[in-house]
Design a protein around this ligand. Structure first.
Ligand SMILES: Nc1ncnc2c1ncn2[C@@H]1O[C@H](COP(=O)(O)OP(=O)(O)OP(=O)(O)O)[C@@H](O)[C@H]1O
Ligand SMILES: [Mg+2]
Length: 257
């Protein structure tokens, strides 16, 4: 997708839980090669919007298009295969697998190592295995957790676990990354590192949709900001424009002067 073209488009999306309209007539676009932040207070509907995009929830109404193809109604594995990878607020690592294995299981296109393939697979299987090992090694290096490759995910520090979770997203080769509060719990140094990484990712063809509570990060990092309140979008624009939006200041930033 050419930089600046519309990669993801949400149109009049709604989702209710019982009487609660968690997402209410939500429309916005994510342009290819940009970082778009989805912000709003607790319960604004941000994670629900992610769940609708990824197919974890079906919308009650509205459409979602990715690269001009409808994806609403598709199951999560098909949305993932289309090129959308999603990180969770809780990291969802395989705690009892090594860091390297956590990445390798996320690499697509592996045909598995069934008994028959093991018997007759021969060179093809070995080549595939080597490619997987090379790819996971490169990602571990890139994330600077190479020395932890053999450690169990649960033995990593929280910051390293966050990086590993990012590594699992990158392993999918998805073009669009949905990140749900990726900086929560990180030290200032790690937050800086994260911001640098996000920018670098857009330079290599990734597009990022970010749920982020840290206003400074939103202001620094985003090309576009979408502000949600009680399920609806109350403002969108460039960071400097959204910061100046009075409604936003009152409802989200908590600034009343
Ligand atoms: N599966 C569900 N069943 C019932 N209600 C839900 C469900 N998921 C979310 N909700 C409700 O929908 C509303 C929006 O929740 P959501 O998790 O999307 O908010 P959020 O913007 O991600 O908030 P936070 O910043 O706290 O993560 C909340 O009132 C929440 O309690
Ligand atoms: Mg949430």
């Amino acid at each position: 997708m050419a930089v600046g073209g519309t990669l993801l488009k949400l149109e009049a999306l709604s989702k209710s839980f019982g009487g609660l309209r968690a997402v209410n007539n939500l429309s916005f676009e994510v342009k290819a090669g940009t970082i778009t932040s989805l912000i709003g207070g607790n319960g604004a509907g941000k994670t629900t919007a992610f769940n609708l995009i990824t197919g974890n929830l079906a919308p009650d109404a509205g459409h979602i298009a990715f690269r001009d193809t409808r994806i609403d109604g598709l199951p999560p594995h098909k949305v993932a295969r289309a090129g959308i990878a999603r990180g969770f607020q809780e990291l969802r690592l395989f705690n009892r697998l090594s860091a390297r294995d956590n990445i390798e299981v996320a690499i697509p296109g592996q045909r598995g190592e069934g008994l028959v393939r093991a018997l007759i697979g021969g060179r093809g299987l070995r080549k595939e295995r080597d490619a997987t090992t090379a790819r996971s090694g490169a990602l571990l290096r890139e994330l600077m957790i190479e020395s932890q490759g053999h450690a169990l995910a649960e033995q990593l520090s929280y910051g390293q676990q966050k990086l590993l979770s990012l590594g699992r997203l990158l392993a999918t080769e998805a073009e669009l990354l949905l990140l749900d509060e990726p900086t929560s719990g990180l030290s200032p140094d790690m937050i800086n590192d994260f911001c640098t990484r996000m920018r670098a990712l857009t330079k290599v063809g990734k597009t990022i949709l970010l749920i982020e509570h840290n206003v400074e990060i939103v202001m620094q990092l985003s090309d576009w900001v979408v502000v949600m309140h009680q399920g609806t979008m109350i403002a969108e624009g460039k960071p400097e424009d959204v910061r100046n939006n009075v409604t936003v200041m009152h409802t989200y930033l908590g600034i009343t002067s």
